[in-house]
Design a protein around this ligand. Structure first.
Ligand code: NDP
Ligand code: 8X3
Length: 248
């Protein structure tokens, strides 16, 4: 069975994807910073499949490489990488944006994705086999007010995805970007640092659920060898663009 490494598997899209793929019997390596959540999720997933967990911050270059290098046995050969870890931090106009928020978004969403990819891709090229799914965003397709840096980070994810697809083409490695619109996860709690503002983001319409994206990821993975879903944009029906959402 294929082995999948999922970053950001302690919550939201990553966690739902872990459960979706566990039921389909993929071997799983789940990653995140919150150790206690990893332990609980690993135990739950073990009812369905073989699971390993790695606890690291994708910003920590050394930890990324040493944790991935520590994998052994059947977890050593990673067939599928799902680069999902990421978040928005803040929603502010560029003139008053917070430097710490900017660092977090660029370091996690862009550089973290690169570090994890760099730790895994050489084994894939050696075996001339693999599939990388990067979770971008509708924010990688357009820019909305107060979202300059988050949107920049997700534009970068799409550019990196396209670049990976070109560079890895000689090795037969599939590279996919899945770009969701509004998904009801912990995303807004993180963006608004737990403030009441997070409560309103998914009110008055039916947002995408993490499982909706997990099912799409499973579908992309289940395509025959000659089919690669290169880039996919998915909105809730109520959403037409980053700023147009039919509520009420
Ligand atoms: P959640 O906040 O629910 O999940 C984010 C996950 O990323 C958590 O598992 C978290 O784990 C992990 N993570 C965050 N920072 C780090 C870090 N520094 N190192 C390692 N892991 C980290 O949000 P979502 O599930 O919604 O987000 C998943 C992805 O989907 C992100 O890339 C996001 O940008 C993207 N996305 C989300 C949308 C939405 O509306 N929700 C829409 C479009 C894209 P831990 O804290 O344990 O480290
Ligand atoms: C998350 C969706 O619209 O908050 O990427 O940027 S949005």
């Amino acid at each position: 069975m294929k082995t999948v490494l999922i970053t950001g598997a302690t919550s939201g899209i990553g966690k739902a994807t872990a459960f979706e793929l566990a039921k389909k019997k993929y071997n799983l390596i789940i990653c995140g910073r919150r150790k206690e959540r990893l332990t609980i999720i690993e135990k739950e997933l073990s009812r369905f499949t073989k699971v390993a967990s790695l606890c690291f911050d994708v910003r920590d270059k050394k930890a990324v490489f040493s944790e991935i290098d520590s994998l052994s046995g059947e977890f050593k050969e990673i067939d599928i990488l799902i680069n999902n870890a990421g978040n928005a931090h803040g929603l502010d106009p560029v003139q008053s944006g917070d430097l710490e928020d900017w660092d977090a978004m660029m370091d996690i969403n862009v550089k973290g994705l690169l570090y994890v990819s760099k730790a895994i891709i050489p084994e894939m090229t050696k075996r001339a086999k693999g599939h990388i799914i990067n979770i971008g965003s509708s924010a990688g397709k357009e820019v909305y007010p107060k979202g300059a840096v988050y949107c920049a980070s997700k534009h970068a994810v799409i550019a990196i995805t396209d670049g990976m697809r070109i560079d890895l083409n000689p090795f037969g490695i599939k590279v996919t970007a899945i770009n969701p619109g509004l998904v009801e996860t912990e995303f807004s709690k993180v963006r608004f640092k737990g403030s009441y503002k997070a409560d309103n983001v998914y009110k008055g319409y039916k947002a995408l659920q993490a499982k909706d994206i997990a099912e799409i990821i499973a579908f992309a993975l289940s395509r025959p060898a000659h089919v690669n879903i290169a880039d996919l944009l998915v909105f809730p029906t109520a959403q037409a663009s980053s700023t147009i959402v039919k509520r009420g």
